[in-house]
Design a protein around this ligand. Structure first.
Ligand SMILES: Cc1cc2nc3c(=O)[nH]c(=O)nc-3n(C[C@H](O)[C@H](O)[C@H](O)COP(=O)(O)OP(=O)(O)OC[C@H]3O[C@@H](n4cnc5c(N)ncnc54)[C@H](O)[C@@H]3O)c2cc1C
Length: 602
């Protein structure tokens, strides 16, 4: 059955999506929505952009990919590229990890660039896209009904009510107002030790392209130091310091200078920025209630070792933006939004799990954890087999939606679980399609496959005999187009894969179809001859198999009774199950999605 027709462009313009918070996650979300043609209004409580400190410096390839699509290639060009992470213990190098590329991406695995510069670039893009940011609008309340969301903001002129079809709350760690309005908790732990973060400008030859992590160096015994190169000969130095550390005393006593000198010797330097942080791991128990979605630090906080904070926030924005755009366009049922909750909450729990393991190794909670840390590090000096247990941070990577209700599993290409550090999972349903250079036949010239995927659903097809080519591709595209009004592109891999990198990464079988979502995650891998299975996979990828979570009625009313889920959109989840698919397991008749599959080990 073909889905309902999308809204006609002649219908009056709908209310915008309200993006709450103009931090980097809100900025990215607003840009993604605008790029998809969705009217958007951004509010922020600050009077204006204040570029305070460098904070997030370390941006991962798949996030750079998003910003590049939005026109933010400057971030890659200005950022400092690095590809090696070295780990030392008491002055001896234990191991180095080269960062993986599952394809042949022209984008680097990571660049380092200050968060304030990233925000500036994104502001310029917002300006260019005509997206208005209303500063001095502090969100103080939120209610929702069957038609939309009303957000109350305190402004210098008094309170203002703004109306949107949905709200995407990117209010950061301290923006509890929306969490409270939807009745979301924000539980977690805080770590006793604090971290002194200092950006210095200095010439340090040989250190310009590597992350260097030191356990127990003689200049910070019993604790650690992390050094990251940044553009403009700036180095981020990050010392673990005791809970009673006082920055003012450190500075006035000359101890800060002594600390820096212990690392860089007599080299001249200047301090660009410094601050002291205490880190937390916290995750909301829900990231969606009805028409309200939480993203970025507003929904999850992790310590920065592994760079999973902003990187995962941008992936929230990407997940939310295409789903909001598709639901608003009528290309997908409202239930698609429920998979924002299941997919991104599972990602948040994965990030909390990975980062908490790192923090337990860096800041042991008890004597047993302390003994284990010392034993692992001591043994790692002479036994390479122990290196995998030395946890200096597992660097940000995209989450794998292998258990999502949008993913059609492929028995021949199972997910192998969380890969070892420094490795990427083999491409399979749920995993992101590797990036690689491609050239479209008759197109303007070489590009990247990822640059094409965000325009709609993409079918990448393995080669078929010459006599069948035109008809086969038309049948495959037609089957997908039967199942949705969303844009669908079908391409033969061998027509575009000019370097062979995609074939090497995917090893497609003849006539096999790789169905890829607009956020570059593979939704299904199946035989192109089975057009009925393809129709089902397309419907599944757009949320046809999603059912409201059991017990959702309990969630209909928020703590203060102001926010409630909208029954037509599928109610918010109650269990927050890690990676669980929200299908009810009951095939809804012909064209149904497969039943729930068991979560894979991670
Ligand atoms: C020292 C440090 C180093 C880090 N390093 C990294 C790294 O290398 N890589 C990485 O990925 N992450 C890193 N992070 C984490 C990263 O900085 C955060 O994850 C990121 O800032 C989150 O962005 P956000 O947009 O979600 O929230 P924020 O940046 O906090 O933005 C929230 C916005 O909401 C606004 N706001 C808040 N309340 C209201 C309200 N009631 N009404 C209206 N507006 C409001 C604020 O003014 C702000 O503009 C680091 C963090 C720290 C502290």
């Amino acid at each position: 059955m073909r889905p309902p027709a999308p809204r006609s462009p002649s219908e009056p313009a709908a209310d915008p999506v309200l993006v709450l918070g103009a931090g980097p996650v809100g900025q990215t979300a607003a840009l993604l929505l605008a790029r998809r043609g969705v009217p958007v209004l951004v509010v922020d409580g600050r009077p204006a952009r204040d570029a305070v400190g460098s904070k997030a410096i370390c941006q991962q390839r798949d996030v750079l990919d998003v910003w590049d699509w939005l026109g933010g290639g400057t971030i890659v060009r200005e950022g400092l590229t690095w590809d090696t992470a070295r780990t030392f213990y008491r002055g001896q190098e234990l191991f180095s990890v080269r960062l993986p590329d599952p394809g042949a991406s022209p984008l680097p695995p990571f660049v380092n660039i200050s968060q304030s510069r990233t925000e500036q670039v994104l502001d310029e893009l917002l300006d260019r896209a005509g997206v208005r940011v209303r500063w001095d609008h502090r969100v103080s309340g939120l209610t929702q009904d069957d038609e939309g969301v009303t957000v109350t903001c305190d402004t210098p002129e008094g309170p203002v009510d703004l109306r949107g079809t949905h709200a995407l709350s990117c209010l950061g760690a301290h923006g509890g107002v929306v969490r409270e309005a939807i009745g979301a908790s924000f539980e977690g732990t805080s770590f006793d030790d604090r971290f002194l973060i200092c950006d210095i400008r200095a010439e340090l030859p040989g250190w310009e392209r590597e992350r260097r992590f030191y356990f127990d160096p003689e200049w910070n015994p019993g604790r650690q130091v992390l050094i990251h190169p940044c553009p403009g000969s700036v180095f981020r130095i990050d010392w673990q310091v005791p809970p009673d550390f006082d920055l003012d005393t450190e500075r006035s006593s000359g101890r800060l200078d002594a600390r820096i000198r212990q690392i860089i010797g007599d080299t001249p330097y200047e301090i660009v920025w410094h601050s002291v942080y205490r880190f937390h791991t916290r995750t909301t128990d829900r990231m969606r209630a009805g028409r309200v979605l939480l993203a970025g630090d507003n929904a999850h906080l992790v310590a920065p070792f592994g760079a999973r904070g902003l990187n995962s926030g941008v992936q929230d924005a990407e997940n939310a933006a295409w789903k909001l755009a598709y639901v608003r366009a009528g290309w997908a049922p409202p239930e698609l939004l429920e998979t924002y909750e299941t997919e991104r909450h599972a990602a948040a729990l994965e990030n909390a799990d990975v980062t908490s393991a790192t923090m337990r190794f860096l800041v042991p909670h008890d004597e047993a954890e302390r003994e284990r840390r010392v034993s692992v590090l001591d043994r790692a000096l002479t036994d390479d087999g122990v290196h995998a247990q030395v946890d200096s941070g597992r660097l940000a990577e995209p989450f794998w939606y292998t258990d999502s209700a949008l993913t059609t599993p492929c028995p021949e290409r199972p997910f192998g679980g969380r890969p070892p550090r420094g490795r990427a999972p083999a491409p399979c349903p749920g995993v992101m399609l590797p990036d690689a250079p491609v050239t479209l036949p008759g197109g303007p010239g070489p590009t990247r496959i990822r640059a094409l995927l965000r325009e709609g659903l993409t079918l990448l097809v393995g080669a078929v005999p010459a006599a069948d080519r035109a008809g086969f591709l038309a049948r495959v595209r037609g089957a997908a187009q039967d199942a949705t009004h969303a844009p669908v592109t079908a391409l033969y891999l061998d027509d575009i894969d000019t370097t062979g990198a995609l074939a090497a990464a995917l090893a497609p079988e003849p006539g096999q179809v790789w169905l890829v979502r607009p956020d570059a995650h593979v939704a299904a891998v199946l035989a192109g001859t089975d057009t009925e299975a393809l129709r089902r996979a397309v419907r599944t990828a757009l949320g046809a198999a999603v059912r409201p979570a059991a017990g959702s009625a309990d969630r209909d009313e928020a703590a203060d009774g102001t926010a409630r889920t909208d029954g037509t959109e599928g109610a918010a989840s109650t269990d927050g199950a890690h990676g669980s698919a929200r299908t009810d397991g009951t095939p809804p008749g012909p064209g149904a999605a497969p039943a729930t599959h068991a979560p894979s080990p991670r």
